[in-house]
Design a binder for this molecule. Structure first.
Ligand SMILES: Cc1cc2nc3c(=O)[nH]c(=O)nc-3n(C[C@H](O)[C@H](O)[C@H](O)COP(=O)(O)OP(=O)(O)OC[C@H]3O[C@@H](n4cnc5c(N)ncnc54)[C@H](O)[C@@H]3O)c2cc1C
Length: 437
């Protein structure tokens, strides 16, 4: 591995629960900053799970700080020059070119979640993060001086616990003092990832997998369908967001027969039908879970913090869930190094204050895009196709979480102290970003 730079030991013991992108990033960034990290996950072994996932330039720059990671990610990520947007009937609205619009913000990493996850997981192991699988955390605790978890009947104690345990977080209960159940958002996503050989065989859709990667979206009434090829056209993935009222308690990631997607997409562009013909059966049907924004992400004694989806689930139309999860980790590494072992509460309060408004604004972009696409007035769209463009805003994408935390930590703590850190006052207005949501 290339040289790895690490700050001197801080003496801070961090326990991270969950090895998704929030937990792994927090673990790697805390390790980089000299903290000692123990990461627990209930999974018995690493598996290449999931399908397409997106990391925008705001999280891409975090990958780039980890030696050797970009070299490994680069060959497996999607590399088209833009997104072609069509109506459900097949009329092309426009092509949104990334290079011109956001090229200067940095590099995006879109690819197979499991493959990207494996590379990041391996990096965490390489730098020496203590990762223990088959450790299902059953309980959390905190005192004025320590925090910890119980996993497999064993007690693990540290200075701070980061609950990165995903959308069905258990850590949330201790932070909120009550159980916060997910609700259906009213939508679900059919998703799939497969070898593109059958797409390549069909002359009407082979353009999607030849001469490099392609990215194409079809928008229709309350449905959208997005297809992408990856690895120079070798792999193919599509997702289709559709109405769904099923109970999320039952199952939120189930298999669905391809026939279900055919029904939802009946009458759509013949090209979409051809893609369905080339798709293996069954699909994943991923329920889009909704939660009201949490009033706080930190525990009463400020030694446990929720991060990633545990704190703030995102709609996929924001294309920011994984990126914001990573920003949390990068911010925490800085906050803990700035507060030091004697002032953990200060660091945790500053973490929340630095992140809360930005994350809320990022979450809203998902709602805005979903409503723009799903509730469109199609006569208006014909007159102004650009109204359907994905908003790729600079405040969101051209952002460096580590740098922001370093520059704003002291002012944030001063503000928290001035206000007595009362919850309703402890979210300072951000100065660097200009959120429009
Ligand atoms: C298996 C899987 C597949 C996914 N596939 C996709 C995909 O294809 N596309 C996409 O856009 N997003 C996918 N996601 C979601 C996406 O990764 C997250 O929305 C985003 O990256 C934020 O990550 P996170 O770390 O906050 O949460 P997650 O990625 O959900 O990670 C949470 C982690 O916490 C662990 N955990 C949960 N409870 C406990 C417990 N009690 N004790 C110990 N560990 C626990 C879980 O095993 C998991 O590893 C997937 C998530 C998972 C877990």
């Amino acid at each position: 591995m290339a040289t790895y730079e690490r700050l001197p030991e801080s003496g801070i013991r961090v326990i991270v629960v969950g090895s998704g992108f929030a937990g792994l990033t927090a673990a790697i960034e805390c390790h980089r900053k000299g903290h000692s990290v123990l990461l627990l996950d209930s999974f018995p072994e690493l598996k290449i799970l999931g399908d397409i996932i997106s990391f925008a330039p705001n999280s891409g720059r975090i990958f780039q700080r980890w030696p050797g990671v970009d070299d490994k990610l680069d060959p497996i990520i999607h590399k088209s020059d833009g997104l072609t947007m069509k109506t459900w009937k097949g009329d092309t609205l426009f092509k949104q070119e990334w290079k011109h619009e956001e090229g200067s913000y940095g590099k995006a990493y879109n690819g197979h979640r499991g493959e990207i996850h494996e590379i990041v997981y391996q990096h965490a192991l390489d730098i020496g993060v203590d990762i223990r699988l088959s450790h299902k955390v059953e309980d959390y605790f905190e005192t004025e001086t320590e925090a910890g978890v119980i996993a497999n009947g064993e007690r693990f104690v540290g200075d701070v616990v980061l609950a990165a345990d995903g959308v069905r977080s258990k850590g949330r209960t201790i932070v909120l003092g009550y159980e916060d159940k997910p609700k259906s958002s009213g939508y679900a996503i059919y998703r799939t990832w497969f070898d593109s050989a059958k797409i390549a065989e069909d002359p009407e859709i082979s353009w999607m997998v030849t001469n490099g990667d392609k990215h194409c979206a079809w928008l229709g009434p309350d449905i959208h369908f997005i297809a992408a090829s990856v690895k120079n056209g070798k792999d193919f993935s599509w997702v289709c967001t559709h109405k769904d009222e099923a109970d999320v308690k039952e199952s939120w990631q189930a298999h669905a027969p391809l026939a279900d997607a055919r029904k939802v997409l009946a009458g759509w562009d013949p090209m979409v039908q051809k893609i369905l013909d080339a798709t293996p059966d069954p699909l994943i049907d991923w329920k889009l879970v909704y939660r009201e924004p949490l009033p706080t992400w930190i525990s009463p004694k400020k030694r446990i913090a929720l991060i990633g989806d545990a704190a703030h689930p995102f709609l996929p139309t924001s294309i920011q869930g994984a990126s914001q999860a990573m920003e949390d980790g990068a911010t925490l590494g800085v906050c803990l190094s700035r507060c030091g072992k004697a002032n953990i509460k200060e660091g945790i309060a500053a973490f929340e204050a630095l992140r809360y408004e930005r994350v809320r604004a990022a979450q809203k972009t998902g709602e805005t895009t979903r409503d723009t696409w799903h509730k469109a007035d199609w006569d208006e769209v014909k007159k102004n196709p650009d109204s359907m463009k994905l908003k790729r805003e600079e405040w969101l994408l051209n952002f460096d979480a580590e740098d922001y935390a370093e520059k704003n930590y002291a002012a944030t703590v001063a503000l928290l102290n001035d206000t007595g850190a009362g919850r309703e006052f402890n979210v300072p207005k951000m100065t660097v970003i200009a959120a429009s949501a």
